[in-house]
Write a protein of this length. Structure first.
Length: 276
């Protein structure tokens, strides 16, 4: 914080006294005899004002840099997300003063629709997916993936390791018992239940990419169907993209997807309906 001119003049007087090894009494006498227009008073005033002005400029500079730093998001998850979603396939980045950007924004070339950036032991997992209609899918084109890799290497912070993941949805299959009002047509209810499960997982993936699957939330969604009296999720299984095996999923825990999103495997699921 800048000193005022009075404080600066006092420090100059103190330095003057120390330099010439003057006593307090001698210094008081000198200052008392010094004219306001005298040499020491004049130069002391000029220097004090110059120092005060310089310190004010320093204060303003620090304030400006601090405000700029507050607005910088470089390297955090919000920054990663904004940069990855801006990727434009087929366009080259332009460097200006050390910053990379596209010469023109073209939404038609922005092929990444969802992304997430979990970090494990200093490795950033860059999970991405493309929106096809209302469904997410992996980016499988080798040329596109190579371009995305090159883009990430160009814009990412120095020293950061990353792994790009673009995979098919992790599959979920369930064993569920549905108790419903007997007046309902079971075939219609069956269609409604299957649609609800698909919509639940799809909405989860779209609204909270790489979010957690919560079995209790699925149960709530099924119990909200008109005519459904009770829902018992007996078991759940997950199959990671690229694997041929299924693994049991605990119904007392929340689960993430390696790909960042889930899909419903109806063929492996067993849903029974009990009228009441």
């Amino acid at each position: 914080m800048a000193r005022n001119t009075q404080e600066i003049r006092a420090e100059l007087d103190s330095a003057y006294k120390e330099q010439f090894e003057l006593t307090d009494e001698q210094m008081t006498t000198i200052l008392a005899k010094e004219s306001k227009a005298g040499g020491w008073a004049t130069w002391r005033g000029i220097f004090a004002m110059a120092a005060f002005t310089l310190e004010l400029l320093f204060d303003r500079f620090v304030t400006l840099v601090t405000e700029m730093a507050k607005g910088v998001e470089y390297g955090n998850k919000k920054w990663w997300s904004s940069q990855i979603l801006r990727f434009q396939y087929g366009d080259l980045l332009v460097e200006t003063n050390g910053k990379f950007a596209y010469a023109a924004i073209d939404a038609e070339k922005q092929i990444i629709s969802r992304c997430a950036f979990p970090e494990y032991d200093g490795l950033v997992l860059v999970k991405i997916a493309h929106l096809n209609g209302s469904n997410l899918e992996k980016i499988s084109d080798a040329g596109q993936l190579a371009a995305i890799q090159s883009y990430i290497k160009t814009i990412k912070p120095a020293g950061i390791r990353h792994q790009l993941i673009s995979a098919n949805a992790d599959k979920l299959a369930f064993s569920i018992n549905i108790v419903y009002e007997g007046k309902l047509v079971e075939a219609d209810l069956k269609t409604n239940v299957e649609t609800t499960i698909k919509s639940f997982l799809n909405d989860l993936s779209l609204s909270d990419f790489d979010g957690l699957f919560r079995p209790n939330k699925l149960r709530d969604a099924l119990e909200a169907i008109d005519g459904v009296l009770d829902v018992f999720i007996v078991s759940a299984q997950k199959q990671v993209a690229g694997s041929t095996t299924w693994q049991d999923v605990s119904l007392t825990a929340n689960h993430s997807a390696v790909s960042g999103y889930f899909s419903f495997d109806l063929n492996t699921s067993v849903i029974t309906y009990q009228p009441e």
